[in-house]
Design a protein around this ligand. Structure first.
Ligand SMILES: Nc1ncnc2c1ncn2[C@@H]1O[C@H](COP(=O)(O)OP(=O)(O)OP(=O)(O)O)[C@@H](O)[C@H]1O
Ligand SMILES: [Mg+2]
Length: 238
């Protein structure tokens, strides 16, 4: 029997069950004459269901890396594969649909729509997917312990509650991958532990692959692996 190389490659990938893979990822910003190299050839492999924490100093490129992994910021060079699918090789329309259904993203500053209620905010990704999303949005709010706050506008919620609404919105379409950028950044320790438990439970109970940015190396210890980004490269925890 003659086995095609492509067959071997795809079989090996399935066996190792890599969920997120980057190859030689480069990303920089140009301000006038100056270029800042933020990601400098990053090679990363994260397994399905793995819970990875990403640490590093302010300005090191944590948000830039997360954006690039989630299909929100095209790298200048390199590839990002989610479940074997090359994110930046798709058309914009295909990519938007893939993101909507497969990827959840909790933004560093929540990014809730101020004129929509908590429930309406959570329903947005479902509506984009063409689903009747109110029931799913209610379930997601319940999951983060905010069933009673559905009618509140973001301005009528505390920081921790807004963060939980942002998580509910990120999980409403039951994504396979969840990125969370400093989800406990402005919270006290009790709220931080609660938010972290919600995220970890998602990974444990639903096999969601989790990548969480945090400044708090202590908090990061609950994950399977901690990566540190410094000088444009990824290092294992020191
Ligand atoms: N749109 C942009 N234009 C120009 N420079 C940018 C842009 N976004 C980020 N940068 C620069 O890229 C670098 C990395 O920024 P990034 O937001 O990824 O850092 P970070 O590790 O998330 O920091 P923090 O912990 O403060 O959130 C910083 O030096 C920042 O000034
Ligand atoms: Mg950031």
């Amino acid at each position: 029997m003659v086995l095609h190389t492509g067959w071997w490659k795809s079989t090996l990938r399935a066996m190792s069950d890599v969920m997120i893979e980057t190859v030689n990822l480069h990303r920089g910003y140009r301000i006038g004459e100056k270029t800042i190299e933020v990601l400098h050839g990053i090679d990363l492999r994260i397994d399905r269901g793995e819970r990875v924490f990403l640490c590093g100093p302010s300005g090191a490129g944590k948000t830039t890396l997360l954006y690039t992994l989630a299909g929100l910021e095209r790298p200048e060079q390199g590839a990002v594969r989610i479940g074997g699918v090359d994110l930046y090789a798709m058309s914009r329309k295909q990519q938007a649909r893939f993101r909507n259904l497969q990827i959840g993203y909790v933004f560093q500053n929540f990014h809730l729509l101020p004129e929509l209620t908590a429930l309406e905010n959570v329903a947005v990704p479902g509506a984009i997917a063409g689903r009747d999303s109110t029931a799913a949005a209610c379930r997601a709010l319940e999951r983060v312990g905010l069933a009673e706050r559905g009618d509140h506008l973001p301005a009528e919620l505390s920081g921790g509650e807004q963060q939980r609404v942002a998580i509910a919105r990120a999980i409403v379409n039951e994504p396979k991958v969840l990125f969370a950028d400093e989800p406990t950044g402005n919270l006290d320790s009790r709220n931080s532990s609660e938010i972290m438990k919600i995220l970890l439970d998602l990974a444990t109970e639903h096999g969601v692959t989790l990548v969480v940015v945090t400044h708090d190396q202590q908090l990061a210890k609950v994950g399977d692996r901690t990566l540190v980004i410094r000088d444009g490269s990824i290092h294992p925890e020191e």
